[in-house]
Design a protein around this ligand. Structure first.
Ligand code: ADP
Ligand code: MG
Ligand code: MG
Length: 892
């Protein structure tokens, strides 16, 4: 096997495609060399060598050492210099680099090859004594620290001692004599910590450094980094050995980093920083303030123009924004690294759209690159950064950036209080130790949510993300005193009603009132900003055009209100995949009517209560149909167990009793009669409609009458009536027949017909298993994967938290690759879905198939839905654009 790949003077054995073998850095050094850019020559030891080393007790594969030495000789030949030479020494850097960039790995060693002999050679060669000694002491420090683990601060202290005895402030004021003194101290320090002398054999130095890079692949930091970033299946790191160029040889030398476009906005503008007379990472280290790349024009016009040329060459070649490192040695430019630039989602969007416009890439490429996981950030409101700067505001604490967006409002510590104050028109920030399902109402009205406990997948985080509500979770420094209604954090006390601001992009929390702005995209969509005023919107619109052209899957929304429907349609929803009618029953008089319906003693009483509900439901549906403007609306009939609607508190029970002319005791009795041990498997779903068909009949009437009314206004309608929790096709036939009867009744009453469909949720495993029988009767299936997951896996959605985290995350378990309630469990539940799709289509080729569980907005699940040929996915309004993007990416 070949383990070492050479690059230098226009030729390279590797290419950019060989990242797995040469690492990103090595592959791109080879590529840049091949396309004629000025890259200091060198060679790359492959990741296969690292893999061998890790799995063979730190031994080399046969021939590796010889291969390295051969390539070193070749490099020495090319450079006309020799490692360790007393007249013309070659110096090299030793750099790690895996297929994916990994900050957890080894730091780079510069100036390797310096010894007491070769430093004399460097002095002769450069005629710069100070530079030579400084390079030597930098090398000793890096080698000691990185290869041998001598504490960095010990070197710093030795350096400081010399500066102190000489009464000097800056490193640059040390002269050759001082530096030799520093080196003497470094030698003693090295010996004290390692028990060895600092190696004076350059070959020994080289192999020690190579081994250190190999070992760094499995250091704690690196392992942790791979875990956290879900990096799997890599062989190891490559090692790059590259001849040194020096940015620290005086004022005509320098070093810098740059992006070919702006990494925060994506604007097509060269963006970078540099420092003259500096080496390596001085620019990023922040020792001196670097200058903007523009000013290099004045320092060295030739080099600046050359860099601008290279910027263009690299973008044309790689067809993406590049992040580069360069060094100028005595007026000559050298390229030391290029890679695809990391950037914000805003920069992703703009750079990709403009690259398509420039003809650099096609829209498939653009769509495939933009990370769907970050896409939602485009729509989040933002804290006014200028205001923060102008007022020098500092965060009082920080937590996890659980749900993106900026929010500002007044602090309330309970969901009830939050709802109450929001109703009074206050901007509310809900601050809780943690949230639970009872807090949903409060979260719904809050501008933002802060919790002291809980991670990125805590209740607060998940719900907030789903609602597009900014959230900082796990802000552990905050101590809440709920009874006394104040919080304390790092010496600041804030009381109920005080202003607080949070940044869900960063996790920062401010004890101040900071203006918040809607995302420009949202502003344009809701008409508060002109389209022509927003570059972000222009890019968004263009990009979604690419997405729309590519995707096959339909994207619908889960929406229960006209407002949600409007937002979803503006985001490109092609219909409603799930309208949960029970959400319409809360609030105002409605809850009273439904309670009366539940407590009714007989059909007559029940129908009376239902008659009160009919006009309210009908007008809701009318508004939703209007907002949909002809798009289909899948409306699910009443699903939850009835006791969820009944009041627990005395006041409400009293009021109910009064209205119904019964006693409070009777209300309490009825409530407890409805009590179930396992309500999720109890009297709910189509079972309600089967025992009380009048409920179904009222709902169907409301839907169809609303449709007719809207049609009379000249707007197309397409209602789809969905029966929940069917497990046996006979349940479906029974309920469908009732629905059909009502519909025919209305059609003749109104002498007007509307198109409609009747179908079912597939959420009980038995329904999936017998999908062919059901499909003969149903016009559509919608996979309700929340219930289907809980019933298939036997995990209660509400109780699984105690063990599911371990099931997914503990390294010795990982029974499920992802949380099965967030990403569809493809191997289990997915198999059931796939089977039901096949059975359903075989029995009824015209059947429409969709998914409406939480999973419908998850990119990995969407890829699966695309693969098994569903017609659409449905998700919450704010996830619609993300789902559209994921659907397009699934096709590419
Ligand atoms: P990282 O992966 O942390 O970016 P690098 O291997 O890119 O580490 O190197 C760290 C710094 O050293 C960078 O600024 C790089 O440009 C510089 N550097 C690396 N090799 C050389 C070299 N042969 N000559 C001059 N500078 C170098
Ligand atoms: Mg680098
Ligand atoms: Mg369900």
């Amino acid at each position: 096997t070949k383990y070492v790949y050479f690059f230098g003077s226009g030729k390279a054995e590797g290419t950019a495609q060989m990242k797995d073998l040469l690492g990103g850095k090595g592959a791109n050094l080879a590529e840049m060399t091949s396309i004629g850019l000025p890259v200091p020559p060198g060679f790359t030891i492959s990741t296969e060598a690292c893999a061998f080393y890790s799995t063979h007790k730190e031994n080399y594969p046969e021939g590796l050492r010889e291969e390295v030495l051969e390539h070193l000789a070749r490099l020495e030949n090319l450079m006309g210099a020799k490692l360790g030479d007393t007249n013309n020494p070659l110096l090299v850097s030793v750099r790690s680099g895996a297929a994916q960039s990994m900050p957890g790995m080894m730091d780079t060693i510069l100036n390797l090859g310096l010894t007491p002999d070769s430093v004399q050679g460097l002095i002769k060669k450069t005629n710069n004594e100070r530079f030579a000694w400084d390079s030597y002491r930098r090398f000793m420090q890096m080698f000691g620290d990185v290869v041998m683990g001598v504490p960095h601060h010990e070197f710093e202290r030795a350096l400081q001692d010399v500066k102190d005895t000489r009464g000097i402030e800056l490193d640059t004021d040390l002269d050759s004599k001082d530096l030799q003194e520093v080196i003497a101290r470094y030698q003693r320090l090295y010996k004290r910590f390692t028990g060895e002398d600092f190696p004076t054999d350059p070959i020994d130095q080289l192999f020690k450094a190579i081994n250190a890079v190999f070992k760094s692949w499995n250091n704690e930091r690196a392992i942790k980094y791979r875990q956290m970033n879900d990096i799997r299946g890599l062989l190891g790191t490559a090692v790059n050995i590259q001849s040194m160029v020096f940015g620290n040889m005086g004022e005509t030398s320098g070093t810098g980093v740059a992006f070919t476009r702006d990494p925060s906005t994506g604007e097509n503008q060269f963006y970078g920083e540099y420092l003259m007379n500096a080496q390596g990472e001085d620019v990023v280290a922040g020792i001196r303030t670097p200058l903007s790349i523009e000013t290099l024009k004045e320092v060295n016009r030739k080099v600046y123009d050359q860099l601008v040329d290279i910027r263009g060459i690299l973008e044309k070649h790689y067809k993406d924004m590049q992040d580069i490192e360069f060094t100028i040695q005595e007026g000559n430019l050298y390229m030391l690294q290029t890679r695809n630039g990391k950037r914000t989602i805003f920069s992703w969007l703009r750079s990709q759209v403009e690259m398509v416009e420039e003809g650099l890439i096609d829209k498939e490429t653009a769509v495939s690159r933009v990370p769907s996981g970050e896409f939602g950030k485009l729509f989040a409101p933002i804290l006014d950064a200028k205001y923060i700067r102008d007022n020098s505001l500092e965060a009082i604490t920080r937590g996890l950036n659980a749900s993106p967006g900026g929010a500002c409002g007044q602090i309330y510590f309970t969901a009830e209080k939050a709802e109450e104050m929001a109703a009074e028109g206050k901007s509310v920030i809900l601050v809780r130790t943690e949230t639970s399902p009872e807090d949903i109402g409060g979260m719904g009205v809050a501008k933002g949510v802060i919790t002291c406990r809980g991670g990125m997948t805590s209740h607060a985080a998940v719900v907030a993300r789903g609602m597009g509500c900014p959230c900082v979770s796990g802000a552990g420094e905050i101590k809440i005193n709920e009874p006394k209604r104040f919080l304390e954090v790092n010496g600041t006390t804030l009381s109920e009603g005080d202003f607080i601001s949070l940044d869900g992009f960063t996790g920062e929390i401010y004890g101040a009132k900071i203006p918040v702005k809607d995302s420009e995209i949202v502003q344009v969509l809701n008409g508060s900003m002109k389209e022509s005023e927003s570059i972000l919107y222009r890019d968004y619109k263009a990009f979604m055009g690419f997405v729309q052209d590519l995707k096959v899957l339909g994207v619908y929304t889960n929406a229960d209100t006209p407002h949600d429907t409007q937002m979803a349609v503006a985001f490109g929803a092609e219909g409603i995949g799930l309208c949960r009618t029970e959400h319409m029953f809360f609030g105002g008089d409605r809850i009273m009517s439904i309670r009366k319906m539940i407590l009714a003693n007989n059909t007559v009483e029940r129908e009376k209560a239902l008659a009160e509900l009919l006009p309210m439901q009908r007008s809701d549906f009318e508004e939703i149909f209007l907002a949909l403007d002809g798009r289909p609306a899948t409306i699910r009939l009443l699903d939850p167990p009835l006791h969820e609607f009944l009041p627990n508190d005395h006041t409400s029970r009293h009021e109910l009793a009064l209205q119904m002319g019964i006693t409070v005791e009777e209300v309490a009795q009825k409530s407890s009669a409805l009590h179930e041990f396992n309500p999720m498997l109890g009297f709910r779903g189509c079972r309600l409609a089967i025992i009380y068909p009048e409920i179904l009949r009222m709902q169907v009437r409301a839907i169809i009458e609303a449709a007719i009314n809207v049609k009379r206004k000249g707007v197309e309608v397409l209602p789809e009536i969905m029966i929940p929790l069917v497990g046996n096709y006979k349940e479906f036939v029974f309920t469908k027949n009732h629905a059909l009867e009502v519909i025919e009744e209305i059609f003749s009453e109104q002498s007007l017909k509307v198109p409609y469909k009747i179908g079912t949720m597939i959420e009980v495993p038995r329904a999936a298993i017998t999908a062919d029988e059901i499909a003969k009767e149903a016009e559509f299936f919608s996979f309700g994967t929340n219930d289907l997951t809980q019933l298939t896996c036997g995990f209660s959605r509400d109780d699984a938290a105690s063990f599911l985290g371990a099931y997914v995350n503990d390294p010795d378990k990982q029974f499920y690759e992802y949380d099965p309630f967030a990403t569809l469990d493809v191997d289990g539940v997915g198999k059931l879905v796939e089977m039901a799709v096949k059975l359903g289509r075989s029995a009824n080729p015209d059947i429409t198939l969709g998914i409406c569980g939480e999973h419908g907005g998850d990119p990995k699940t969407i890829a699966f839905c695309n693969k098994i040929g569903l017609d659409y996915v449905s998700c919450s309004p704010f996830r619609v654009p993300i789902a559209r993007l994921a659907a397009a990416q699934a096709v590419i």
